[in-house]
Design a protein around this ligand. Sequence first.
Ligand code: NAP
Ligand code: MG
Length: 478
Amino acid sequence: MTKHENLIGGKWVSFGNYHDNINPSDTSDVIGSYSYGDASSVDAAVEAARAAQPGWRNATPQARHDLLDAVGNTIAARKDEIGRLLSREEGKTLAEGIGETMRASQVFKFFAGECLRQSGDLQASVRPDIDIEVTREPVGVVGIVTPWNFPIAIPAWKTAPALAYGNCVILKPADLTPGCAHMIAQILDECGCPPGVFNLVMGRGSKVGEALITHTGIDAISFTGSVATGHHIAEVCGKSRKKVQLEMGGKNPMVVLNDADLSVAVPACLNGTFFSTGQRCTASSRLIVEAGIHDAFVDAMTKAVTDLKVGNALDASTQIGPVVDEKQLNSNLAYVELAKKEGAEVIGGQRLELGQTGFYQAPALFLGTNNDMRINREEIFGPCGSILKVSDFDEALAVANDTDFGLSAGICTASLKSARDFKRQAQAGMVMVNLPTAGVDYHVPFGGSKGSSFGAREQGRYAVEFYTTVKTSYIYAG
Ligand code: NAP
Ligand code: MG
């Protein structure tokens, strides 16, 4: 079986401690064996990154552009191979795996362009004969901690801006999905990334992650993952005054009004709730439906959900791949039981035995629910969605906003006024009109409000806020 090492200071390093990467569609398929590090591995990576920092921050925009552009091109050229690896290790369908791989390529190419578009402000002083320059500088060494559900896109959308703005990086991917992060490291190395500018340390959050967030040689932490881990990281980084950016969970509402076109609303809800096995932080988990369209919507949605084909991620006819692992599957199944206890009528949701050793679950629709139920308050992170019946727009908006989270919120309506009112009043970082709550562009900001996010936005030109710090220079030429 192929063994995979860590990238530290431009060298591939083994720490022993090999972990098998298992395919959730078929647990007899072992993708490879990955060497996991610990706190001393992080020390070595920080030393390498700090040594590389002065050179990289002074590298020309052209040199930074050329590296990121080459990485973007290489990922695109190898999209079928990388997409297949992604689907094997994470379980989303091959089409989704290749799509996510292309997204990573686009992100690297976008930030390649940003290398050439860095600028500052020149202002006149309020005092005579003085000019003021406001310029941006890299933060320094950035620790990146990523979840398993977008194993190539999230590492890409943190690594590419970090490097574009002159920072050095240490990436710790989720322990369930080291393969795609290793692939990014390999491609960066092959494309001529200078030693120490990008470092990969694989391993457990409790060891490698904890060492990164507590290390005094790291200036900033960008994290995507669960609320509990995010809160812990905020506390630790606050104490050591590290800059921190957190993208956490969601409990995203999708409102369907009486005037919605069902041929738009049903596919949007189906996609938003169940695609990628519901394992998206932007997934719609609360479908809030106005009374007049409720029964027709439930009929159409029930049929659409029951027709979804669950199967091996690599099978071309599969629409919904497996759940990522046994632990997540058991957690989802416990929520299905909870839904019944809380009085919901449950369609689907059972474990499926498909003649292969995988973690398959039928998509679950919870009918007749209300917003006080735990199934509507806690993030499930699986192929499960609730329907909540409401009497009018005002109640729909109130229910949509009655949550600790605020990542994405959607509405299906034919009314421009309702769409505008919802857009203005939804407490969420992203609002979707007649579109699924999940599925975003890469050149515009991504992030949420309330409990979903903390710190500067990710992606697009807004990424500059997190990955740089501002310097104000006064120049007297009298
Ligand atoms: P998680 O358990 O919080 O893990 C996220 C990352 O943090 C992993 O790399 C994990 O390592 C690491 N980690 C764990 N404990 C740590 C510690 N003490 N210090 C530093 N790092 C630590 O989340 P997950 O289960 O991988 O992902 C699912 C969650 O991510 C969901 O809640 C989902 O909503 C959220 N998510 C949010 C967004 C967004 O943009 N808002 C996007 C995708 C996913 P291990 O892998 O070793 O545990
Ligand atoms: Mg985890």
